[in-house]
Design a protein around this ligand. Structure first.
Ligand code: APR
Length: 230
């Protein structure tokens, strides 16, 4: 029985209408990472950053999970062994598809974080600069997402899962952002079989033992069927 670790990225939510960060029509084509996804950009213009995440949060509330999210939830439910699901996505589509546990290494659009006391709570639809923390009242609420230059969440748990995994799959991620892009190497060092499931080869495709290219709504259910032996 395998111990499976799955890493997902924006490509798994693309067919749900969330858009991707890179590639044709990607968010970072028309918007600057430095302005919208760094602590420095937030310090310069918090209103603009809140506006961007308000827009993303509102979009995520209108989209539905697709067959790829559903297949992963099915794998988590039906597989006899351990399945650890790690996502770089800040949408809630894995949960909406019924995934029983999801590690959000880059945070969640649905979350708010107080930079004064680290309290976390459910983000309102609209946040703006000076939004007060419900715990300490400091006007320091920000979206609970991880920006460039910040440490991703749950790294200890992720490192431990990679160290004992026997099957690692990266789904819908371009392999351009670390540390997630390096997980395949950690899994390889643990002796795992590694599979990349993506629309096209990622930046780290040569690190994988197996590749499956195509749209996630087709490739992921087929891969899950294979793992479940159907
Ligand atoms: N099915 C499968 N893969 C797809 C699909 C699809 N329908 N559509 C696009 N893809 C692939 C693209 O080919 C690309 O390789 O999904 C990948 C998306 O890459 P990115 O947009 O770079 O997303 P991701 O890898 O998740 O980005 C990592 O960057 O800006 C940050 O914090 C943000 O978590 C994000 C991180």
């Amino acid at each position: 029985m395998d111990r499976i670790v799955i890493l997902t990225g924006a490509g798994i939510s693309a067919e749900s209408g969330m858009g991707t960060y890179r590639g044709p029509g990607g968010l970072w084509d028309s918007m600057r990472i430095a302005d919208l996804a760094t602590p420095e950009g937030y310090a310069r213009d918090p209103a603009r950053v809140h506006e961007f995440y308000n827009m993303r949060r509102q979009r995520s509330a209108t989209v539905a999970p697709n067959a790829a999210h559903e297949a992963i939830a099915r794998l988590q439910r039906d597989y006899g062994g351990k399945v650890t699901l790690i996502t770089q996505n800040v949408d809630g589509l894995h949960e909406a598809a019924g995934s029983p546990s999801v590690i959000h290494m880059h945070g969640r659009l649905a979350g708010a974080l107080c930079t004064a006391c680290d309290h976390r709570w459910d983000a309102p639809d609209e946040m703006s600069p000076g939004h007060p923390c419900p715990a300490c009242a400091a006007p320091e609420a920000r979206p609970d997402v991880v920006w460039f230059g910040e440490m991703p969440y749950h790294m200890e748990e992720i490192t431990a899962a990679l160290a004992r995994c026997t099957l690692f799959a990266a789904i819908g991620t371009s392999g351009q952002v670390y540390p997630a892009a390096g997980f395949v190497q950690e899994a390889f060092r643990a002796g795992a079989h590694t599979v990349e499931i993506n629309l096209e080869p990622s930046a780290v495709v040569s690190d994988f033992a197996e590749t499956r290219f195509g749209r996630a709504t087709q490739t992921v259910p087929a891969w899950v069927d294979d793992v479940l032996g159907r």
